[in-house]
Design a protein around this ligand. Structure first.
Ligand code: NAD
Length: 286
């Protein structure tokens, strides 16, 4: 029997904790604040940003959406980031991707104060994750949310074989680092991996983040494995589906996240959780 991981339910639990943490901080005179910068009018980005703004406001945070035209220059964007770096009412800064071609994305990532890097993409924070550095720092929200789901469903990565398919900076690589830090034996697979399916079948924990609809089917899954589907893809009928063929995984996987209702809700809940943590850490008087 395959059990479905209810990402919405776990997200609800995380959001309830976040709302309490926001109220506690507000009582101390700190309202957690997030600034989301969006450049251009990519339709999917507009929806993501609207959802983030609604959720932050609902949880009692200060939320700013800065909509910039597609013609915004690199210098203009860097100047706006510098303003938010200096703005005490803002604890988390997120620049929504994709960015227009004239913007150099790595430079934008570098420009955000690492203490306000709510996405956890700044090399300083990525380096801390990789070295399992002690102390407080933000970690990419999608993989961190996945770790929360694993914990909620009693899946301890220690001693397990984990395979992460996808090596992006926002999902695959930080996911592999988190699983390694949690004592799993981790393989990162990608578009150039030889015999991907054989590699996938070794996994007790299989995380798939490629953006290719139904890349992984039941035949590629080790019986009883925990399968985390990060993909948000469209099938031939335009329906939202994952990178895993959910139907053929039934009866093979032990646990599986659905699309929608799995990783997606956890990403936004974790983003809110991270914002509050950044606000809390900003108040540490050294
Ligand atoms: P990306 O395009 O940056 O990276 C895709 C990765 O998949 C690459 O490392 C590539 O090597 C690998 N890949 C591509 N084709 C492959 C193949 N045939 N076999 C094996 N590996 C292959 O994508 P990303 O930003 O990491 O996102 C991946 C997917 O996850 C997308 O569908 C995206 O929409 C989704 N996503 C969802 C959430 C969420 O919250 N649910 C968050 C981030 C990304």
């Amino acid at each position: 029997m395959t059990k479905i991981i209810d990402g919405k339910a776990v997200a609800k639990k995380v959001n309830a904790q976040t709302a309490t943490a926001v109220a506690d901080l507000v009582a101390q005179g700190i309202q957690p604040g997030i600034a989301v910068i969006i450049v251009g009018d990519d339709a999917a980005s507009q929806i993501y940003v609207r959802n983030k703004n609604r959720k932050a406001t609902k949880l009692g945070m200060h939320s700013v959406v800065r909509q910039l035209p597609a013609t915004t220059t690199q210098a203009e964007l860097l100047a706006i980031i510098a303003d938010y770096n200096a703005d005490e009412s803002i604890h988390g800064i997120l620049v929504q991707s994709p960015l227009p071609a004239q913007i150099n994305e790595p430079l934008v990532t570098m420009a955000i104060d690492p203490k306000k890097d709510v996405d956890g993409f700044h090399p300083s924070n990525v380096g801390k994750l990789l070295t399992n550095f002690p102390g407080n720092y933000p970690v990419a929200n999608t993989p961190r949310g996945i770790m929360t789901m694993l914990h909620e469903y009693g899946v301890d990565p220690a001693g397990k074989t984990a395979v992460v398919i996808g090596r992006s900076t926002i999902v695959g690589k930080p996911m592999a680092a988190l699983l390694t830090n949690a004592n799993a034996t981790v393989t990162i697979a990608h578009s150039k991996t030889a015999d991907l399916k054989a590699v996938a079948r070794t996994a007790d924990i299989l995380v798939v983040a490629t953006g290719i609809a139904h890349l992984i089917t039941g035949d590629d899954i080790k019986p009883g494995a925990t399968v985390i589907d990060v993909g948000m893809d469209r099938d031939e009928n335009g329906k939202l589906v994952g990178d895993v063929d959910f139907e053929s995984a039934q009866g093979v996987a032990g646990l599986i996240t659905p699309v929608p209702g799995g990783v997606g809700p956890m990403t936004i809940a974790t983003l809110m959780q991270t914002t509050v943590e950044l606000a809390k850490w900003s108040d540490v008087r050294e």
